[in-house]
Design a binder for this molecule. Structure first.
Ligand code: GRF
Length: 204
């Protein structure tokens, strides 16, 4: 299965996907392209180091977000991508893109959704004083972090936590959960029924 990974930042999740899934013969997963909206994203360097093609698509270079999405679609089609993985990609897609790739876009989010959607989830969780937070991997729908939840891991929040320490512990769990979920999708083990995702392999 050809995968595109979209990343805006450092790309630690991308790195794990490269190490655990790229060119994996058992699952037949291949990261065929890494796309970033930021020229300086370290994720691009990680991709280049692994010999994976990269593309930069910046929203400011397009007259509208629909045009931006169209350019990403062009790359998705050029690289025969079957699954789009958002690994810290900080742009939202417009409705036509999301509809076109329904149940074929997977995102990772640093909170237990539906709590704390959006770009500042870790800071928001700390501010609210929650005692438990975690990681959510979900399919992307037209809302902000509202799509069908595939898997979650919970982690405790300590009194001593600041944003950095909490995000660091969240990322340890992200790096375990993300490859597992992508593997399950690639193997055809996930089935979306409305807002619910079930594991087909465990169906009786
Ligand atoms: C992750 O914490 C992810 O949950 C969020 O963005 C961050 C990306 O981190 N969506 P990295 O670039 O993979 O290190």
């Amino acid at each position: 299965m050809n995968i595109a990974v979209l990343a805006s930042g450092s790309g630690t999740n991308l790195q794990v996907l490269i190490e655990q899934l790229h060119e994996d013969t058992a699952t037949d997963i291949n990261i065929s392209v890494v796309i970033s909206d930021r020229k300086q994203a370290y994720a691009l360097t990680r991709a280049k180091n692994a010999g994976i093609p990269t593309q930069i698509v910046r929203s400011k270079d397009y007259v509208s977000r629909v045009e931006f999405d169209a350019e990403i679609t062009r790359h998705i089609e050029n690289y025969s991508v079957e699954l789009i993985v958002l690994a810290g990609f900080m742009k939202l897609f417009q409705l036509p893109f999301v509809r076109k790739y329904q149940n074929r876009i997977i995102n990772i989010h640093p909170s237990l959704l539906p709590a704390f959607p959006g770009a500042t989830a870790v800071a928001d969780s700390l501010k609210k004083g929650v005692k438990v937070t975690g990681v959510t991997v979900h399919y992307v729908d037209e809302g902000v972090d509202t799509g069908p939840i595939i898997a979650q891991t919970s982690i405790p929040v300590y009194d001593t936590d600041d944003e950095e320490s909490l995000h660091k512990r969240i990322q340890i769990e992200e790096h375990k959960l993300f490859p597992q979920v992508i593997r399950a999708h690639a193997q055809g083990n996930l089935k979306v029924i409305g807002q619910k995702v079930i594991s087909v392999s465990s169906e009786s």
